[in-house]
Design a protein around this ligand. Sequence first.
Ligand code: BGC
Ligand code: NOJ
Length: 828
Amino acid sequence: MQFGYFDDTRREYVITQPDTPLPWINYLGCEEYFGVISNTAGGYSFYRDARLRRLIRYRYNNASLDSSGRCIYLRDDDSSGHLFWSPTWQPVRHPLDEYECRHGLGYTIIRSKLAGIEAQIRFFIPLGENLEIWELTLTNQREGPANLSVFSAVEFCLWDAQDDATNFQRNYSIGEVEVVDNIIYHKSEYRERRNHFAYFACSEPLVGYDTQREAFLGSYRGWDSPQAVEKGQMSNSLALGWQPIGAQHVKIQMKAGEQKKIIFVLGYHENAQDEKFDPPDSQTINKSTVKAVIARYLQTNEVEKAFQALRIYWDGLLGKLQVSTPDDHTNRMVNIWNAYQVMVTFNFSRSASYFESGIGRGMGFRDSNQDLLGFMHLIPERARARILDLAATQLPSGGAYHQYQPLTNRGNNDIGSGFNDDPLWLILSVTAYIKETGDWGILDVLVPYDNQVGTEEPLYGHLQHSIQYTLERIGPHGLPLIGRADWNDCLNLNCFSDQPGQSFQTTTNKDGKVAESVFIAGLFVLAAREMVELGKKLEVAKKEGKAVGDFSLLPSPTLLQNIAEMEKAVWAAGWDGKWFRRAYDDFGRPVGSKECEEGQIFIEPQGMCIMAGLGVEDGRAALALDSVFEQLATPHGIVLHQPAYTRYYLHLGEISSYPPGYKENAGIFCHTNPWIMIAEAKIGHGDRAHDYYLRINPSARENLSELHRCEPYVYAQMIAGKDAPLHGEAKNSWLTGAAAWNYIAITQWILGIRPTYEGLEIKPVVPSGWKDFEVRRHFRGIRYLIRAERRATGNGVRLEADGKSIEGTVIPVPPAGTKEVRVLARIG
Ligand code: BGC
Ligand code: NOJ
């Protein structure tokens, strides 16, 4: 069963019934002001940091689901029963005659009809602005005139969303607003240390407003039946403490067939410290600095212009990589939704969704470095800035803060560091960035450690430190020590927690000198090989007299030696006979081995070790992948491990805290599946790689929506594994490394279009049944028009660029001034 359909020409997903299994959400905003919006206009907005600069409240686990956020009410002032409804369905949930929600790229349009009144609301954030627009278009489709009341409402968050949800003894007294010239200003704490405020404006004159929540709702009433809406009368309440809101009342009269537009603008503004008040010695917000922008976006022509600019912006971004393959799900995800999700994960890491409250985590170190892998080609300058921000949270030890807050760029102390895989991911993002852009200069940029002035070192030194960090933490089997956890945050081998409420990630009861990770060993080999290659390229560049900075290059021979030793350790202690083991626990016993009672085989080391090249030449990779196929693959994707843990193991940690089949306990992690796709592609198995790709491809699962439950246009973190009662049910959509990795797997390894230092590599490993496909790819300012044609079975490639045949699989970067290169790839 489906709850909507894809409209690929408009790049929209169209939801046709409001009661989707879960709120099906979208993101607004591209730069600094952002919103999360559901198909019924629920959600919240924030400026840069979902925790520290939250504009509106949202209650995550509320009953009913998704019942607050952006509220619009329509009231039929003519009807005797005072009919009122939400044109977005929620919060009133009055049945609608028609309903449709179009989630597009950076905007959401909800259209509905009831009692002869059609309402369409377009929600979006204009580029470059810190505000969101709700453009309401009403059409009177009745035979006669209509008198309507329109109400809007948002509940303000007192900025720090964590404090807002807990510190009521203070919060109940600090709320403050101003209502001036038809605009509601939320200014809690502006009198003291904050220099920012929110505003809520409307293009029509208000006949009333409320800013005190209970005055609007009536006591003991919810957002589904506000008293003011029922009565058709606001009380012009001014919030002092309690729960400040912004609610507006507009009355309109429409002739038969008439259409009217009403614009609501919700925004965020900062004033310079010495310009906060007007008059300067007062406590009144200086509004002169924000008036112009508000006035501008209350005009319909400006709104239309801004909307078109947003469309063009996305056309440009998506135009950087477009594919046309025999498979519609591949095309749709690569061309539209997967790229879009990559942008969203780049923006928020794991911090702000309907499941991640925006309170707990900021930007994850490993997460953001991986998100970058899919994002580079979209906006390289922003990728560069992010890399430098991340590197600045690296610690002098070479380790890294696990997370940092986007507003401050400072590492989060409550979680700290000690996740031993973290620093290695930086190497992957930096090398991918240089391959994409050719911007060697990034290696020269002086970046501090832990943001401490005086500790700056060229970025290249940070990468060396990442390598060093692993080498200084080697365990009894010669494998890297795991620390608090590696990619699998829930494999907490040094934690031994027996007290409820303890964080598995920060509780460390063991000294961490024994438990080792085969996964980190694989990641190390992958990253260290990147460093070797980078070092070689730098040497060449130096010889050629190019300015590559005056940092000393890590001598490759040492590193080669380190890699060889690590590989040896993996084969000696990390190979189980038919697959790679996962780890060694604090007692020195293997995890992910046939010797184990449960958790005998894990997906992560198979993916990572083979991506690093281990066993690719000698058949052991193929053996491991067959084991994955036999033991871990399901029709809904590949589970994390088998057998699932059926009880809590003190020495394993959070992984065994989840019921079997969920999350890290043998759920299908959409993040790790692409590693197996890449591994299969590496050994030439195009059919299997693409088959795995389709099993978790959201679009391909659209007709399973009733089971899958999450949005069919984006990846979810997890799909319940085969041990779960609801095998196939997805959870935690949107903010997941699945976005970047699936994008990489399909574009770079299955379609095989890979940036390298020398140029664009074209080496497809596609399904045997594919006769041809085309790719348009912008790479270093040049447009590549690639056509691949199958001439025989197999994965051989013969390339022609602009009619000339090319040696090997890399199209060298053409001479400056070249705008376009036409490539023909003959496969077989
Ligand atoms: C995992 C969750 C876990 C959390 C702890 C995440 O990486 O996916 O399962 O509960 O970390 O912070
Ligand atoms: C989600 C976390 O954000 C990520 O860092 C981690 O690797 C996975 N869960 C697996 O635990």
